[in-house]
Design a protein around this ligand. Structure first.
Ligand code: SF4
Length: 381
């Protein structure tokens, strides 16, 4: 986009109509949990916003977040994002290579101190002085410290940039860590997921450009608008869970009818994400909508803590966990209610829930993650 023309004209030249732009602003207001009238505020703010330089670093990763970024389309979210930002460095998609590419990074850091956004994808290996991941002869740990330490804010996208993700899974041979541990003390937004959802990343950027501030986060640095609700509480299959209708085997009648996937290993009761409302692939579907259980990819160290993916959650704490799915399924409503109440008392007395056996069902409300109080742009614990 030429700097001389405004955003609306630039979008027009990219084939984005004003109607589509306003639709995008309405979507952003919705994603950010703002009243619909804020769509106009967002539109006027974005049109007046200066182009913000951005650098996108990739380290120990699979480029899944880049794929998520590039696959965003209708109504051309990626076009709008790219026109809002000046993407000065992104190894996977930038035209220059080698020294020219590295020069773009150097110049951005040097010419825009505390004036650019850094997006980090992938884990940072700290072992053996960082030798497991080097770019242009420099260790990832040194690059990320310099670039993120000089940015106005850093956004860690994907599970690997958040807490090390797959590279950090046991036994973590490269001593991989996430950005918060590699560069403590910076202004950081964490957007876990495998990959993160481009709609949510766009929401963070739009929030910053509209309000000149980062969105409120939990104590792990995750934006509350995207990671503030349990999947289980908004899942369209929740009615089946409450009624005791569970898929027992892949392809069985319950599976074909869209029943609850808890017994097939769904981690939705412990996963904080707006997946049910935002969806994936232009909101065409999402994992549970495609009849696969949630694997909890937005939960801390999910490769270690949420596996095996096809085993039911072993320790869902709270009210009512002792009511068996089989009991509910048989319609023993009175007995189940009594069991719920009795267990609630017993659990309160003993103060801890025991692991759930294979034949039992979970609680309906509790999360294994902490529901933290809001903060802004925190670095997390
Ligand atoms: S266990 Fe999974 S599929 Fe079942 S209601 Fe909860 S989130 Fe939805």
């Amino acid at each position: 986009m030429a700097d001389a023309i405004n955003l609306e004209e630039a979008l027009y030249h990219r084939g984005v109509t004003r109607r589509q732009f306003l639709k995008f602003c309405g979507l952003m207001a919705s994603v950010l949990a703002l009243p619909p009238r804020y769509a106009g505020t967002i539109a006027s703010s974005l049109q007046a916003a200066p182009r913000l330089p951005l650098v996108w670093l990739e380290f120990q990763d699979c480029a899944g977040n880049t794929e998520s970024f590039l696959r965003a389309s209708n109504p051309t979210v990626s076009q709008i994002v790219l026109d809002l930002l000046s993407v000065n460095y992104h190894e996977t998609i930038m035209a220059p290579a080698g020294k020219q590419a590295e020069q773009s990074l150097e110049e951005t850091v040097k010419n825009h101190p505390k004036g650019y956004l850094a997006v980090v994808e992938g884990a940072i290996p700290m072992g053996e002085d960082g030798v497991y991941c080097t770019i242009a002869g420099r260790a990832a740990k040194d690059i990320v410290r310099e670039v993120c330490g000089n940015a106005l804010a850093t956004i860690a996208v994907g599970a690997c940039a958040w807490d090390g993700g797959l590279p950090a899974a046991a036994p973590n041979p490269t001593s991989a860590v996430g950005v918060k541990d590699a560069v403590p003390g910076i202004t950081l937004i964490n957007m876990p997921g495998c990959p993160m959802n481009i709609v949510n990343l766009t929401g963070v950027i739009v929030h910053y450009l509209t309000f000149k501030d980062l969105p409120a986060t939990d104590q792990m640095g995750r934006p509350l608008f995207a990671y503030g609700q349990l999947i289980h509480n908004y899942c369209p299959r929740r009615g089946h869970f409450d009624a005791g209708r569970f898929v027992e085997e892949w392809g069985d009648t319950g599976h074909r009818l869209g029943w609850c996937l808890y017994k097939m290993g769904c981690k939705g009761p412990q996963a904080l994400s707006n997946c049910p409302s935002v969806g994936w692939n232009d909101a065409t579907s999402w994992p549970i909508g495609s009849s696969h259980g949630c694997v909890g990819c937005m939960s801390p160290h999910f490769w270690d803590t949420r596996t095996p993916f096809y085993e039911r959650l072993p320790n869902v704490e709270g009210f009512g966990i002792e009511a068996t799915a089989d009991q509910v399924g048989l319609g023993v409503v009175a007995g189940v209610t009594a069991a719920f109440a009795a267990h609630g008392i017993i659990s309160a007395v003993r103060g801890a829930a025991r692991p759930i056996a294979k034949h039992e069902s979970p609680s309906d409300q509790q999360s294994g993650e902490r529901r933290d109080s809001p903060s802004r742009g925190s670095n997390g614990p």
